[in-house]
Design a protein around this ligand. Structure first.
Ligand code: DP6
Length: 342
């Protein structure tokens, strides 16, 4: 029996950085779910055991240990998995070398396929619904993947300012959102397309002994509380202030941890500088956020798309590898697919 899903990547506005066993976040986070950066996954379940995986039609035996580890982690919730073999076919919309992490889209797509199959065999899982269960499994694979299960703005991690938010699974942002954030754009500037300098697990573990950890975790709660006003009113000046502070804090934490990491490249800083100057010169609400890498996510509302794209192509893509960028925007979340064959 086969199940197929397409699931998107997401970009955090308030960053998840630091975790504790079993894959629970040290602080809450909120993200925009993307649209164009996504993974399509099809799983063929058969009686038996073992896993095989192909990416774009090519067998990937080196991925198997990671998938087996994921299955081991979710098996206590889904013991039926030990009686099935999984043959996984997957493809990403973005190039493997782009520096875009495929773990959020990849593990959420796989989790959705697994939960759909669990329903087909009438397995009664613990969560209160399909999406909640898919978010729990995704989280056990990769923390940020828990947020890819829903479209729009998504929150993961218990925090007093959002009633139903919790550490086990992500939830759709429950409050009213100003229309300026509908279809918000994220242009990913590909500054560095090599391998990530540190794995996210090592990155998170740096927070265990970080001298600023307590302050950082409470700052994240405060920032999540503070961003809700601008999300409601559309106050982009305040929104940008919080989002850029979060991006630079993430890198500040990496730089001030032991060992210390500098993932920003000269081109990352050149782009950030130009975005800030352009914003001051034009008054247009264009801003940036960063992941744990050198690429820059340029964020802006759809109302200024033409001017923003003009600026990006004229002034920013010269700092990218081969002028490359990915044009993305806030999306509606995962989609069930008719079974596809690569
Ligand atoms: C900087 O979700 O990749 O992108 O749970 O170890 O798989 P694991 O980490 P991961 O960490 C993402 C960190 C981040 C910020 C964020 O997405 O919130």
């Amino acid at each position: 029996m086969i199940t197929s899903w397409q699931s998107p990547s997401n970009i955090a506005l308030i960053k998840y950085w630091g975790k504790r066993h079993p894959q629970l976040p040290s602080n809450p986070s909120i993200s925009f779910t993307l649209s164009e950066c996504n993974t399509k996954t099809q799983v063929n379940f058969a009686q038996g055991s073992g896993v095989s995986i192909s990416l774009d039609g090519v067998n990937q035996p080196t991925f198997i240990p990671k998938i087996e580890e994921f299955i081991k982690r979710i098996s206590p919730r889904h013991p039926w998995l030990s009686s099935y073999s999984l043959s996984i076919e997957t493809s990403n919309s973005f190039p493997h070398s782009s520096g875009i992490a495929s773990s959020a889209s990849g593990l959420s797509a796989l989790s959705l396929c697994i939960v759909e199959f669990a329903e087909k065999i009438d397995f009664q899982y613990g969560a209160t619904g399909f999406h909640q269960e898919a978010s729990i499994l995704s989280r056990l694979g990769s923390g940020s993947a828990s947020r890819s299960i829903y479209g729009g703005l998504v929150v993961w991690g218990k925090t007093p300012s959002i009633e139903n938010a919790n550490d086990e699974y992500a939830v759709k942002y429950p409050h009213q959102v100003h229309p300026t954030f509908n279809n918000y754009f994220d242009v990913v500037l590909l500054v560095d397309i090599g391998e990530k300098a540190i794995s996210s697990s090592i990155g998170h573990s740096l927070m265990d002994t970080h001298p600023f950890k307590e302050k950082r975790f409470s700052q994240a709660h405060q920032n999540l509380c503070d961003i809700q006003g601008p999300l409601r009113t559309g106050d982009l000046e305040r929104f940008i202030e919080i989002v850029e502070l979060e991006a630079l804090t993430l890198h500040g934490l990496m730089m001030s941890s032991s060992p210390s990491y500098i993932l920003l490249k000269p081109n990352t800083l050149a782009i950030i500088q130009k975005i800030r100057e352009f914003r001051i010169d034009t008054g247009l609400p264009i801003s940036f956020t960063l992941d744990a890498g050198a690429n820059v996510h340029v964020l802006f509302p759809s109302s200024i798309k033409e001017k923003a794209m003009h600026f990006i192509k004229d002034s920013l893509t010269q700092h990218c590898k081969s002028h490359r960028y990915i044009l993305d925007h806030v999306g509606d979340g995962p989609k069930r697919l008719p079974n596809f064959v690569e």
